[in-house]
Structure formats: C-alpha cells, structure tokens
Design a protein around this ligand. Structure first.
Ligand code: 5GP
Length: 210
C-alpha cells in the first residue's frame, strides 16, 4: 500500500539556513520532493534557472497568478514569490512528501487550503547568529539586509501559527530532527485511513463469523 504524501511547509528567518537544510534533507531521503518557486527577484551569483527558482518578470508572474498556476504567492521585500501548482499536485498524487520553503504569508494560505499540512519554523538559537550569517552571505546590500531583519521581526510575531519550531544549531542534528517530525506525522490517523478502514472491515467480517 502506497503511503500518502504529506505537504510540508518550512519557513524560517532569512539566514537561518533553510536552503542548506533542504539540500541535506532531500539528498538523504528519496521520499522528499522540493518544490521550486517562481520569483521576480534577480538571481544571486551561482543560482540557476529551474534549480533554486524559476526567475520571472513581473508580467510573467502576474500572468501565472491570473492563470491559477500558483497555489499561493506572496510579496517579500519588494518581490513576488509563488509556488507552482502542477508539481505539488503531481508529487502528492505519487505519494511523495512535498516540501515548500516559503515565508509566512504563503504558509497561512497553505494552511487554509491544506489543513493537514505540517508547518515547521526554523530558527537559529539567537538573533546574533542570524545577523552575522546575513552579513557574511555577502550577496545582499546593507539596505536589503536591514529590510530582511525587519521582516524577521514581523515574522517572529506569527510563529505560534506553526506546528513545530526547529533550532538550526548543528546541521546534522537539525536535518535528522525534521525527518523524524515528518515520519511521526505519517503515523497520524488522517494519513492512514485506508489501512484503518481495511482493518475495520476485516474485524466486522470476523465478528460475523465469516
Ligand atoms: P530568498 O530571496 O532569500 O530566496 O527568499 C526570500 C523569502 O521568500 C524566504 O523566506 C523564502 O522562504 C520565501 N519564498 C521562497 N519561495 C516562496 C514561495 O513560493 N512562496 C512564498 N510565499 N514565499 C517564498
């Protein structure tokens, strides 16, 4: 019997290391399918079309919205980011666990559309580490870093809407912890109705002496 796929939202402060965690997680376990978002932000050095993002113009992005091609989208520090619908639906139908690495407005929209989705928030153990990482990344201007820190302050107010808080202190431990949370989610009754109904049916038959 194929397992039902789970939709997993991973959010976290800019600089919390979500990207690295996702690479490790998907590299270690085949069950995960990482959704690639569309965005209007320009590519950072080293980023490739179709790998980190699908890079779109504003017009192209707005057309995707109009066509209903995104399951959610949001504006983040002046740019659009959105999750293409087709890949998510296809992977879930195949029983894969689909990971969306998205910010909080998108997470809220996913929660509404997919009430069984599991929402994880990744943080560092303190804010100082975040500030250092953002500065060290060297890909953003001081102005953008400040906007991202401001956005982190706003996002921190919404963390109670998530199901789990994961601290990215040591990468290996953090990846193992996320995997273990997802494996536990698979044991929820809502993902096991097929098996449950089969056992119920068998029990009924036995009780009737069949
Ligand atoms: P970055 O520019 O650092 O790659 O991403 C900025 C923020 O946008 C991050 O918090 C990231 O999780 C979020 N993000 C990336 N893709 C999507 C998306 O498809 N939808 C939403 N709502 N947020 C996204």
């Amino acid at each position: 019997m194929a397992r039902e796929g789970i939709l997993i939202v991973v959010s976290g402060f800019s600089g919390a290391g979500k990207g690295t965690i996702m690479k490790e997680l998907t590299g270690r376990h085949e069950q995960y399918a990482l959704s690639i978002s569309a965005t209007t932000r320009t590519a950072r050095p080293g980023e490739e079309e179709g790998k980190e993002y699908f890079f779109k113009s504003r017009e192209e992005f707005e057309q995707m919205i109009e066509d209903g091609a995104l399951i959610e989208y949001a504006c983040y520090v002046g740019n659009y980011y959105g999750t293409p619908r087709a890949y998510v639906e296809e992977m879930l139908a195949k029983g894969r666990d689909v990971i969306l690495e998205i910010e909080i407005q998108g997470a809220r929209k996913i929660r509404k559309q997919f009430p069984n989705a599991v929402l994880l928030f990744v943080t560092t153990k303190d804010a100082q580490v975040l500030r250092e990482r953002l500065g060290r990344r060297g890909t953003e201007s001081q102005e953008v870093i400040e906007q991202r820190l401001l956005r982190a302050v706003q996002e921190s107010e919404g963390i109670e809407e998530y199901d789990y808080l994961v601290v990215n202190d040591e990468l290996d431990a953090c990846v193992a912890e996320i995997h273990s949370i997802i494996e536990t989610e698979h044991r929820k009754i809502c993902y096991n109705m097929e098996l449950l109904n089969r056992v119920r049916e068998e029990l009924r038959s036995f009780s009737k002496g069949e």
